[in-house]
Design a protein around this ligand. Structure first.
Ligand code: PAF
Length: 324
């Protein structure tokens, strides 16, 4: 039996917005698909906003804990935040902003589950690590009522940890969204939150920068079994430099000129947070390695750029995964 919230969205507020009397909903509803650390922090921040209707969709134990005792977000709110949580989407997503925070490896399946509830008025904001996320989502949504132009991408540059059901920790940071999303009325819903959501001035550059930071920090955190501040130590820079050199060459071939060195990466991750990859690894979940270093390898092949270090790192993480 699924543990579902009795979703209590108020009826859509309709208003006329042009001379043809076409009706448009006042967007006020957000559904967060993915009750991991990011999704939970975002849901709590939204739930604190007056008048905001938010539902967090996640795994059974987390949903149960949140519905029973609220969500504790260490580092952000004192006391548990009350919000609605559900194990599944089983209500129409009319005029809803669906923020998808499941891991890249779960994206296809999570979208397939919600397809029957999507509407032409649903906007989707994808917040995954890795390369090729929008393409993957558009393929999964092909033939669904959701409009491709309503599928947007964002980048999470936040340190967050899932501690236990009903309990996450936030180390700060921000979320950047592509300009096309910032131009929609849904962007307003994400303003004035405890989580800073800003418009990216160059989304491709930001996506590649984040990909290269993840390509270094995430696998090294698993290999070194250490938190971000440890991985950011200069003594590990010789391990980081070749991953970045290959990544920058591939980014350039993709039309994004970047100069990212280990010092840049070290400044990016300074907290005692552990990476999402190490969290997945320790919980026995598949990691996002194929979407990060594995994607650099694939793109390298496409452009004829050798990426032996990223290939080796990908193989090492997969080997470790196979031993768990
Ligand atoms: O995947 C992660 O953990 C995050 O993207 C980051 C920025 C590396 C922080 O831990």
């Amino acid at each position: 039996m699924l543990h579902r919230a009795r979703i209590r969205f108020a009826p859509t507020v309709l208003f006329c917005y042009n001379s043809t009397m076409e009706k448009k909903a006042d967007p006020s509803r957000v559904v967060i698909l993915g009750g991991g650390a990011i999704g939970s922090v975002l849901a709590a921040a939204l739930a604190q906003k007056p008048g905001q209707e938010t539902v967090l969709v996640g795994r059974r134990d987390h949903v149960r804990a949140v519905n029973e005792a609220g969500l504790t977000v260490e580092g952000m709110f004192t006391g548990a935040v009350r919000l609605q949580a559900s194990e599944a989407v089983d209500f129409p997503l009319e005029d809803v902003l669906l923020i998808v925070t499941v891991k890249a490896v779960d994206l296809e399946a999570a979208l397939a589950d919600v397809v029957p509830f999507l509407r032409p008025t649903t906007a989707l904001l994808l917040l995954q690590n890795g390369h090729g996320i929008r393409k993957l989502a558009l393929e999964a949504l092909r033939g669904s009522p959701a409009r491709p132009q309503s599928v947007f991408i964002g980048i999470v540059a936040m340190g967050v940890t899932f501690i236990a059901p009903g309990h996450v920790r936030c180390f700060g940071g921000n979320i950047r969204v592509e300009p096309a999303f910032a131009a929609t009325p849904f962007f307003g819903l994400l303003q004035g939150l405890a989580v800073n959501v800003v418009e990216s001035r160059d989304i491709r550059r930001d996506l590649w920068t984040k990909l290269l930071v993840n390509a270094v920090i995430n696998p090294l955190s698993v290999l070194l079994q250490g938190h971000n501040r440890l991985v950011a130590a200069e003594r590990f820079d010789p391990l980081k430099a070749p991953i970045l050199a290959e990544g920058c060459a591939v980014a350039a071939a993709e039309g994004v000129a970047l100069k990212i060195d280990p010092a840049f990466v070290n400044r990016f991750v300074t907290s005692d947070n552990i990476t999402s990859m190490l969290q997945d690894f320790r919980r026995g979940r598949p990691t996002e390695i194929d979407f990060i270093n594995g994607a650099i390898v694939k793109l390298g092949e496409k452009h004829g750029i050798p990426t032996p270090v990223n290939e080796f790192v990908t193989a090492l993480i997969k080997a470790l995964e196979s031993l768990r």
